[in-house]
Design a binder for this molecule. Structure first.
Ligand code: GLU
Length: 305
């Protein structure tokens, strides 16, 4: 399935595919998150690769106690067993600081005191603090400089094809927030590299974050994973499923898990046989790994539940 191959010690080809599922534990998983977890799992297993779990808990106020545990139970109920220990983002300050320091030393990151209110008339942050902080007494965020000879960001998404973004339209993304919390863009890039991720499979809502991640990988000299973005599952009102719009949490009860897993395989256009709907999760997953073909997924941005 396109995984990179290297020659093993015995001379045979072994796969170096490494995928991951990286939920933010802001609440329990719902059907939309199941699609991302399941597709990344199947893609990794089909390639004979590893599938890692990373809990993206860099924003404690957004992560209620117990939510991460619930996620681990839900994945287990759906038979989505990850390899190795769970990777947590809390306590990774050292690694994120080192990356930020490196970018600052390269002149690619700068402190910024501006508030969104000050630049709200502009489509993106205009870079006022690039040559020196506007208001040195105020708290600062750290931003990535996007104006320093960066080429257009281009990559081939495995489902949506060629993606091309102009750095001038991307703006200077925040790497560390004024409240001292790390921004998703920096943490995800540092950890994808730390975990040796070769393939990122996730929802289409994150596709327009990918160019910043590619810029950061380039600036930090990190390997660039391949990307497969998935159609986003939306409700009848066309909204992304989320806790805010009351998407139901995935069940833990096996009798409910089985038909829902089948529905998720159907939503990924894998055409699971009808007879499989009541089968144990291990049987459904064995079928799905064997038949996994991401080229069957219809590349629509949104997909109703
Ligand atoms: N933590 C992000 C989320 O739950 C996903 C990160 C990723 O897959 O890159 O939306």
């Amino acid at each position: 399935m396109g995984a990179r191959l290297r020659v093993g010690r015995q001379g045979g080809a072994v796969t170096s595919y490494r995928g991951r599922f990286a939920p933010t534990p802001s609440g329990a998983l719902h059907f939309g998150s199941l699609i991302a977890a399941l597709a990344s799992f199947l893609d990794a297993r089909r390639a004979g690769g590893e599938w890692l779990l990373r809990i993206e808990d860099i924003d404690p106020p957004r992560c209620p106690p117990g939510a991460a545990d619930t996620i681990l139970h839900q994945l287990t109920a759906f038979g989505l067993h990850w390899d190795g220990p769970v990777h947590w983002q809390h306590g990774r300050d050292g690694a994120y600081s080192a990356a930020l320091e490196r970018l600052a030393a390269l002149g690619l990151a700068y402190p910024c005191s501006c508030s969104r209110k000050q630049w709200r008339a502009h489509p993106i942050y205009p870079g006022w603090c690039r040559e020196g902080v506007c208001e040195p007494d105020k708290p600062v965020a750290w931003r990535l400089r996007s104006d320093l000879g960066l080429r257009p960001v281009v990559w081939e998404d495995r489902l949506f094809g060629e993606q091309r973004f102009d750095p001038a339209e991307l703006g200077d993304v925040v790497l560390k927030r004024k409240d001292g919390l790390w921004a998703y863009q920096l943490a995800v890039v540092v950890d994808d590299a730390e975990q040796g991720i070769s393939d990122v499979v996730r929802g289409h809502d994150l596709l327009d974050n990918t160019p910043w991640q590619r810029q950061l990988q380039h600036a930090l000299g990190l390997p660039e994973p391949r990307y497969l973005h998935l159609p986003l599952i939306v409700n009848r009102e066309g909204q992304k499923l989320s806790k805010q719009n009351l998407a139901p949490a995935l069940p833990l009860e096996d009798t409910e898990v089985r038909p829902l897993l089948h529905r998720a395989l159907a939503a990924l256009d894998q055409a699971p046989p009808e007879a499989l709907a009541g089968a144990p999760v291990s049987e459904q997953l064995a079928w799905a790994i064997h038949h996994w073909d991401p080229r069957r997924i219809h590349p629509a941005v949104n997909r109703s539940e």
